[in-house]
Write a protein that binds this ligand. Structure first.
Ligand code: UN1
Length: 535
């Protein structure tokens, strides 16, 4: 038996999907009855879907449904929960190409990257399926006889996820799948830029067999997100996990802090890549090209500051510029030959357009040939499709940047990188550490001493040696330091600490009250041997 999706015809495009909220196992409209449109970033004539425009009532209903479902789900044995997570992975695998097409169509990622994004969710499902057969606690010796100590991971309760549009499937899977595996129930407010892939993922999770109310989906914009924070104050939510800007992260942190909760915060970055004079420059150029311009620079892990030893700077710039000036950009629903597609939406476009003045104000020099929006007039041979149908922009490389400039300190989230020339390793490391962020980082060198000094000296949650700043694997800890996060981590075993609390239990079979520290028999010490004869 299969359930049909509710769709509308959509001209020559694939059908428009009617996405709904999912609350307590039911598909629902918002209380307001209003819907918003999700237009393709690739071509705004393509209406990918519509979704309910939710507010506080919808969010509260979802949180309450998740609260009701908690007892049943958290008492379901972890291996059984793991099995359900495994089924989610199977469905994602079976529909990998279709889901990748939705990601590509909705937010404009190339198909190659969109497939990678679905794969990242599949990898996450596989990892947490098997974690259901571990989720280890410890057995610990007691100070006293006939007494045993144990630790258990306990679920937290209702976990609310607020996610961004640039990784609309992979990043939510990093949050939702471990949260469920640990026995929490979930309320998810996805980005309003990507409601369709969110709706499909939520349906896949529900159909995999979680009890009603275990996964709840509430679409909407800022008001829905704010309602989640108010739900924390109302006591309806026990954990918040947020991926997005540092400014909003601070707000989430304040609300959770006053409720004595630790949110998971994955925030902005200004990721450095260092290229030392002994580096393989072609390899570094490959890394810089993808990390700076892939995904149109819209990854938290995108390269921002390319820090180059001045003895190889001229050569590196020449090689990089030649590659950047040859890339194809275009509509990724039409072909696979481009490095990147459109910006996700207007917010991203506005910020990108503002960055030119910011860079110029401090004296940075644009060395790429074209700037701003790609149009039919300026597209030449480098664009595939019709650039007027989406927000497509030219790649930018800024030369003559110093770490103190605003452009070296401000996250742009678009296809732009800064070149900073330095003299030797120490200045390179100081420059790499010269922003308040600390998400990802990278160094290109063949010198083992430099590798070691970089590993120990860089202030970042993630570092690559001879690889780019982006492309973290799904079973290593993901997260940052400084303005990039609050130290919580996603992925691998490390995320289990974000979705469980430790419960310490002692079992005393002594048959009499034994007091720790007080009734402890550490035995007699004897007179000590005199060792002074040994000199
Ligand atoms: C993000 O941009 O929020 O490491 C996540 C990477 C991807 C995930 C990025 N695996 O670039």
């Amino acid at each position: 038996m299969t359930r049909k999706l509710d769709t509308h015809p959509n001209g020559h495009f694939l059908p428009t999907i009617v996405a709904r909220n999912l609350i307590g196992g039911e598909e629902r409209e918002a209380d307001s009855k209003k819907r918003f449109e999700a237009r393709s970033a690739c071509d705004t004539q393509d209406l990918v879907g519509t979704a309910p425009d939710s507010g506080e009532g919808d969010v509260d209903a979802a949180c309450k449904a998740a609260g009701v479902a908690f007892s049943k789900w958290s008492n379901t044995p972890a291996p059984v929960r793991g099995e359900v997570i495994g089924r989610i992975g199977e469905v994602l695998s079976a529909h990998k190409e279709r889901l990748a097409k939705v990601v590509c169509r909705e937010i404009g990622k190339t198909m190659k990257e969109a497939r990678g994004e679905v794969q990242e969710a599949i990898d996450t499902a596989h990892f947490f399926q098997s974690e259901g057969r571990r989720l280890y606690g410890q057995t610990v010796w007691s100070e006293m006889p006939n007494k045993e100590l144990f630790t258990y991971r306990r679920a937290l309760g209702v976990a609310a996820m607020i996610t961004a549009g640039n990784f609309p499937l992979a990043v939510p899977s990093w949050k939702i799948l471990p949260a469920l595996l640990c026995g929490n129930t979930v309320v998810w407010k996805p980005s309003e830029d990507a409601p369709v892939i969110a709706y499909l993922f939520a349906r896949i999770i529900e159909e995999a067999g979680v009890p009603a109310g275990t996964i709840n989906l509430v679409h909407g914009g800022r008001p829905a997100g704010e309602a989640i924070l108010r739900a924390v104050d109302k006591g309806l939510v026990q954990k918040v996990s947020f991926t997005g800007s540092t400014n909003v992260g601070r707000l989430v942190g304040e609300v959770c802090g006053r409720n004595l909760q630790i949110p998971s915060l994955e925030l902005g970055g200004k990721n450095p890549m260092v290229v030392l004079k002994d580096a393989n420059l072609d390899l570094a150029v490959d890394g810089a090209l993808f990390a700076g311009f892939g995904t149109a620079g819209q990854r938290c892990t995108s390269l921002a500051n390319l820090i180059v030893d001045k003895s190889v700077a001229t050569e590196l710039k020449k090689k990089l510029l030649a590659r950047v000036e040859a890339i194809k950009i275009g509509n990724p629903t039409q072909s696979e030959g481009m490095l990147y597609g459109p910006l996700i939406g207007e917010r991203f476009y506005d910020r990108f357009m503002e960055h030119y003045a910011m860079a110029r104000a401090d004296g940075a020099k644009l060395i790429t040939s074209k700037e701003g929006r790609i149009t039919k007039e300026n597209m030449g041979e480098r664009f595939i499709g019709d650039p007027s149908n989406g927000l497509y922009v030219w790649p930018a490389i800024w030369d003559g940047v110093k770490i103190g400039m605003k452009i070296a300190q401000t996250e742009v989230f678009g296809p732009t990188i800064n070149i900073l020339e330095v003299d030797g390793f120490d200045e390179a490391l100081a420059t790499a550490n010269g922003t308040p962020y600390g998400l990802s980082s990278s160094i290109y060198t063949n010198d083992p001493q430099a590798m070691l000094k970089f590993k120990t000296g860089i202030r970042a949650g993630m570092s690559s040696i001879n690889n780019s700043t982006s492309g973290a694997e799904a079973h290593l800890p993901f997260g940052g330091t400084g303005w990039s996060g609050n130290g919580t981590r996603e992925s691998g075993v490390w995320v289990l600490d974000a979705y469980t609390r430790w419960h310490a239990v002692n079992v005393d079979l002594a048959g009499k009250l034994q007091l720790a520290q007080i009734d402890v028999d550490f035995g007699q010490t004897r007179e000590a041997t005199d060792l002074s004869v040994l000199g």
